[in-house]
Design a protein around this ligand. Structure first.
Ligand SMILES: [Zn+2]
Length: 222
């Protein structure tokens, strides 16, 4: 069971180190078993993203909102925050990045994988084509798919459901993350965001219940 502080990315006491990342302890154990299984099949299953703090997610969000980081629209084309409404900026950010406090990466139960035997992390763009037929991570993905469930993992963003766009690289450890989503506390999130140095704060807080429904609860379950 995760605490509210852990769910919001404010506490890292439940994490263990995996390579140069951090994961929730049970998730780390299952991940390492899956990595070993992949190795015996000739694959190098790589971890490109594990736990992420609230502060880190806040920096990503604010950078996109303020135009100091590139922002793409829903179609994937670059857009200019100087000529957009706050609501449109928020929509574009949340298509690709989580609102601070709502990222499943805060929990330590979720991670992004890639084929480390085929490409280096610097060459990885985390774009769907890399995981589709002909892409560098496709062969490992085909090996992984039927094995994920036996290690407790699932793909919460495997389909387009109108929330987070499909992310074939994003895995979640169900034994911890499914109960965590069930105890997601919208009031604790609202309080945390209200006290943070958050860009677009007024727009975010006004839309918060809808954003939580769309970007937290609208996932593919195991
Ligand atoms: Zn992810």
């Amino acid at each position: 069971m995760l605490t509210q502080a852990q769910m919001l990315g404010l506490d890292d006491g439940h994490l263990v180190a995996v390579d140069d990342r951090q994961l929730e302890a049970q998730t780390a154990e299952a991940w390492q078993a899956l990595v070993a299984d992949a190795r015996s099949a000739g694959f190098t299953l790589g971890l490109c993203s594990g736990w992420r703090s609230f502060e880190r997610q806040l920096a990503i969000f604010n950078g996109k909102a303020l135009g100091t980081r590139p922002l793409n629209n829903r179609m994937g084309d670059p857009c200019d925050v100087r000529i957009m409404s706050d609501a449109d900026i928020l929509d574009a950010i949340l298509t690709w990045s989580a609102l601070p406090g709502t990222s499943r990466h805060h929990w330590g139960t979720d991670l992004d994988w890639y084929d480390a035997g085929v490409l280096s992390p610097a060459d990885l763009k985390l774009e769907p084509w890399e995981y589709e037929a002909g892409g560098p991570c496709h062969e490992l993905g085909r090996w992984l798919q039927p094995r994920l469930a036996s290690y407790g993992f699932f793909l919460p963003y495997r389909q387009a459901l109108g929330g987070v766009s499909p992310e074939p690289w994003h895995l979640s450890f169900a034994p911890v993350s499914v109960p965590a989503l069930g105890q997601f506390d919208a009031n604790a999130l609202a309080e945390q965001l209200d006290g943070a140095d958050l860009a677009l704060k007024e727009t975010v807080l006004a839309q918060l219940p809808g954003l939580i429904e769309r970007y937290c609860h609208r996932i593919s379950l195991p």
